[in-house]
Design a protein around this ligand. Structure first.
Ligand code: ADP
Ligand code: MG
Length: 311
C-alpha cells in the first residue's frame, strides 16, 4: 500500500488535492499496488494522532519511508509506523541522506554555499550552521536586503525582515569574511521603471535581482569550488526581467567541476526552467528537509526509523 500527501489541504477532503489522477497512473505502472487518498485529508496526519497511525498500520507488515521531502515533519505517516513495524529507508531517501550528510560531514574544499530566495527567517538557522563548515557563503535573492539593512545601507522598498536585522548584523560581525553579498542589483525605480543600482537603493526603489557584476563574481566563486550547495533563487526569476542572476548562477552550477547539490522547490524549478537540471550532481526533492538535515544533521523521520523494532 502506498501513501502520500499532495498540496496543503486543511485536514479535510478537498477534490483539488485528490490522489485520484496518481492512483490511475499507478494502476497502469504497478498493477495491484494500492494508493491511499491524500494523507492530509485527515487532521490526524499533521496532528500525529495515534488513532490515525493505527489506521495506517492496520494489516501492514513492513514500513518503507521514501518521503524525504516530508521527513522533517513529525507527522503520523512519517514517525508513527516505525514505532511498531519493522522499517526501512527507500532508495530516494537513502540517496538524499547520503548526499546531504556527505556535504555536512565530508566537505571537499573549497565548499561554497549559495543561498537566496525570500524566506530569510526560515533560513538563518542554516546560514549559521553552514558558516561553521563552508569556506564561502554567497547570498542573493531577497535575503540580501536584511543583510544590507544590517550594514546600515538604504534598501528602498525591497523585501526584508526587520526583526532579523540584529541576527544578520551578528552574523556579519562573526563571519563577514566568508560572506559574499551582491555588489550591484537590478529592480524597479520609484516610477516603476527597470533600473540597475549599486547596493544602496534610492527611496521607493525595489531590488528584484542581483546585478551583472554580482552574477559574474558569484560565478567565479562557484567555478573555484570543489563542492557547492545552492538553495534559493537569486531574484524574482519568474519574471523574465529579473531572471538573469538566477540563470547565471544556474549556468555556473552546470559548468563548474565541483560536486553540485541543489535544494529547494523554487531553486529546482528555476534549474528546470533553464533546462539545466541534468547538469548538476544532485537535485534534492526536499526544500525544508534538505535545509534542516544540513543544519541539524538529523530529521524526525530518520530518528523514527532508527527506533524501529528491526533497527
Ligand atoms: P526555495 O523554494 O528554493 O527554497 P524560497 O521559497 O525561499 O526558495 O524563495 C523563492 C522565491 O523568492 C521566488 O518566488 C522568488 O521570486 C523570490 N525572490 C527572490 N528574490 C527576490 C527579491 N529580490 N524580491 C522578491 N522576491 C524574491
Ligand atoms: Mg519556495
Amino acid at each position: 500500500v502506498c501513501a502520500s500527501h499532495l498540496g496543503r489541504p486543511k485536514g479535510a477532503p478537498d477534490p483539488a488535492y485528490s490522489m485520484e489522477p496518481v492512483r490511475a497512473r499507478l494502476a497502469e505502472l504497478a498493477p495491484g499496488v494500492e494508493l491511499l487518498d491524500n494523507l492530509r485529508f485527515d487532521p490526524g496526519e499533521t496532528g500525529n494522532s495515534d488513532e490515525f497511525v493505527a489506521t495506517l498500520t492496520d494489516g501492514i507488515d513492513l514500513y518503507v519511508n521514501d518521503a524525504f521531502g516530508a521527513s522533517h515533519r513529525e507527522h503520523a505517516s512519517i514517525v508513527g509506523p516505525p514505532k511498531t513495524l519493522p522499517s526501512a529507508m527507500g532508495r530516494l531517501l537513502a540517496k538524499e541522506v547520503d548526499v546531504l550528510t556527505g556535504l555536512r560531514d565530508r566537505p571537499k574544499r573549497p565548499f561554497v554555499a549559495v543561498l537566496g530566495g525570500a524566506k530569510i527567517s526560515d533560513k538563518l538557522g542554516v546560514v549559521e550552521a553552514l558558516l561553521e563548515t563552508v569556506d564561502s557563503l554567497v547570498i542573493g535573492g531577497a535575503m540580501c536586503f536584511t543583510f544590507f539593512a544590517a550594514r546600515g545601507e538604504p534598501i528602498g522598498d525591497s523585501l526584508f525582515e526587520p526583526d532579523q536585522v540584529d541576527t544578520c548584523r551578528r552574523i556579519l560581525d562573526e563571519s563577514g569574511d566568508k560572506i559574499h553579498l551582491p555588489e550591484d542589483l537590478v529592480g524597479l525605480d520609484a516610477n516603476g521603471e527597470f533600473a540597475t543600482f549599486g547596493t544602496r537603493l534610492p527611496d521607493g526603489a525595489k531590488g528584484f535581482d542581483i546585478g551583472p557584476g554580482s552574477a559574474a563574481a558569484f560565478t567565479d566563486v562557484i567555478m573555484d569550488a570543489r563542492m557547492v550547495f545552492w538553495n534559493g533563487p537569486m531574484g524574482m526569476f519568474e519574471d523574465d526581467r529579473f531572471a538573469a542572476g538566477t540563470r547565471t548562477v544556474a549556468q555556473a552550477m552546470a559548468d563548474t567541476k565541483a560536486f553540485t547539490v541543489v535544494g529547494g522547490g523554487d531553486s529546482a524549478a528555476a534549474l528546470a526552467q533553464f533546462d539545466l537540471d541534468d547538469e548538476v550532481d544532485h537535485v534534492s526533492t526536499g526544500g525544508g528537509a534538505s535545509l534542516e538535515l544540513l543544519e541539524l544533521g538529523d530529521l524526525p523521520g530518520l530518528a523514527a526509523l532508527r527506533g524501529a523494532p528491526n533497527a
